[in-house]
Design a protein around this ligand. Structure first.
Ligand SMILES: Cc1cc2nc3c(=O)[nH]c(=O)nc-3n(C[C@H](O)[C@H](O)[C@H](O)COP(=O)(O)OP(=O)(O)OC[C@H]3O[C@@H](n4cnc5c(N)ncnc54)[C@H](O)[C@@H]3O)c2cc1C
Length: 361
């Protein structure tokens, strides 16, 4: 078994993941936490190599870890421990590593002929594990798509996912002072919703709730943001119905002050609460739970944590990841049209799909 990697080191994304502590899996992993044209495709691999299977490996290597939030497991120490674990498992299995070694092209006659900057490698099976287009400076390339196309496999168009969203200039002008302000939210789009924190940035919005929803967002879609999650805005306002305090002041008890000001500037009037009609307050309450924002775009592959889309699942066996039309060719990880939520799901998909392919090669 031979691994070809164009970077001088393996696992560069693992190294920087989870703020250097690698969120290596999520104990709540279910197929519902993944996007794909075929939402059932990931079921088999996830069932055959589960988060518990990966955790068992982590424990057997003496790596300690903790659950941060929402089932997300992180190393107590460093992401490098996961890389070392994978390297040592490879060494034990007799896997050879060529670093750095860039693959330029691949062809197939009786065997696969992989053209690299170190010459041609001949192999009876080939596993494409070259990831998506996210973060080109870490080695991302379109090789998986080029190779899949060369073998006639359908590609679901790649798009940035888990990515900050940008806002149109005129909207941004009114929110720009909020850059760095975060708030708890429920963000909804295209039938998906996430309750986590959201963050204003210099270009638009980010934070876990926005990154999550970005995977579901398509150009021209409008986000619905509940800025008072878990509270009834009507009750919040009713409790201060007779107050002569400005609406901004009342909202600032529940939202960051600068955000309350900006939000009122955009969506309401900051007159004293007792000068609003019941109808006006009902409209304000409704808007607090359904603040509409139309992003102008995303910050693109340079800032996207993952790439959605990729090799079409109809082309692959869900049990082995082998291409139906090309015996011996396997596609795994982010190169496949399976994209996880934020929170350790994408690594779990890489481990699960890699494991089932490894069993079949
Ligand atoms: C900043 C950041 C943080 C992340 N944090 C997390 C996290 O905490 N938890 C989580 O679950 N997911 C996280 N992810 C997502 C996760 O890293 C990826 O989903 C996962 O690494 C995909 O694994 P992969 O093996 O399919 O692809 P990759 O990890 O991208 O590996 C592909 C490899 O192929 C190599 N390659 C590409 N083209 C060629 C070529 N032509 N020749 C030779 N080699 C080539 C690349 O150099 C790269 O090393 C994060 C991503 C980023 C960008």
């Amino acid at each position: 078994m031979l691994v070809l990697e164009k970077n001088a080191r393996v696992g560069e994304k693992i190294a920087i993941s989870g703020g250097g502590r690698c969120n290596f899996t999520n104990v709540s992993t279910t197929p519902d936490c993944f996007l794909s044209e075929n939402p059932d495709f990931c079921r088999s691999a996830l069932a055959r190599f589960t988060p518990q299977d990966f955790i068992a490996r982590v424990e057997s290597h003496g790596i300690t870890y903790h659950e941060k939030t929402l089932g997300q497991l992180f190393c107590d120490g460093s992401s490098r421990q996961i890389i070392e674990m994978l390297r040592s498992d490879c060494a034990e299995a007799g896997v050879e590593l060529w670093l750095p070694c860039e693959i330029a092209d691949v062809a197939r006659r009786a065997t696969f002929r992989v053209l690299t900057d170190r010459g041609v490698v001949v192999a009876s099976s080939l596993v494409l594990a070259t990831g998506g287009l996210s973060i080109p400076k870490l080695g991302a390339s379109d090789f998986a798509y080029r190779a899949a196309r060369r073998f006639g496999l359908k590609i679901v168009p790649p798009r940035p996912a888990l990515v900050p969203l940008t806002l149109p200039a005129e909207r941004l002008a009114k929110l720009r002072d909020l850059a760095g302000v975060s708030f708890p939210a429920i963000v909804r789009c295209n039938g998906a919703e996430f309750r986590e924190s959201a963050l204003f940035t210099h270009r638009g919005m980010s934070g876990p709730a926005i990154l999550q929803i970005s995977s579901y967002w398509r150009p021209n879609d409008v986000l619905s943001i509940d800025v008072l999650p878990g509270r009834r805005a009507v009750d919040v306002l009713a409790a201060r119905r007779a107050s002569s305090a400005e609406l901004t002041t009342v909202l600032a008890q529940h939202l960051p002050r600068r955000m309350a000001q900006a939000w009122c500037g955009l969506e309401a009037s900051s007159r004293p609460v007792n000068e609003h009609s019941d109808r006006e307050l009902a409209a304000v309450a409704a808007r607090l739970h359904d603040w509409r924002l139309e992003p102008s775009g995303t910050e693109g592959f340079a800032k996207a944590e993952v790439t959605a889309g990729g090799t079409g699942t109809t082309e692959l066996s869900s049990r082995t990841m082998e291409a139906r039309k090309v015996p011996g060719l396997f596609v795994i990880g982010e190169a496949v049209d399976v994209t996880g939520w934020l929170g350790g799901y994408n690594f779990q998909w890489a481990w699960s799909s890699g494991w089932v392919a490894g069993e079949a090669v």
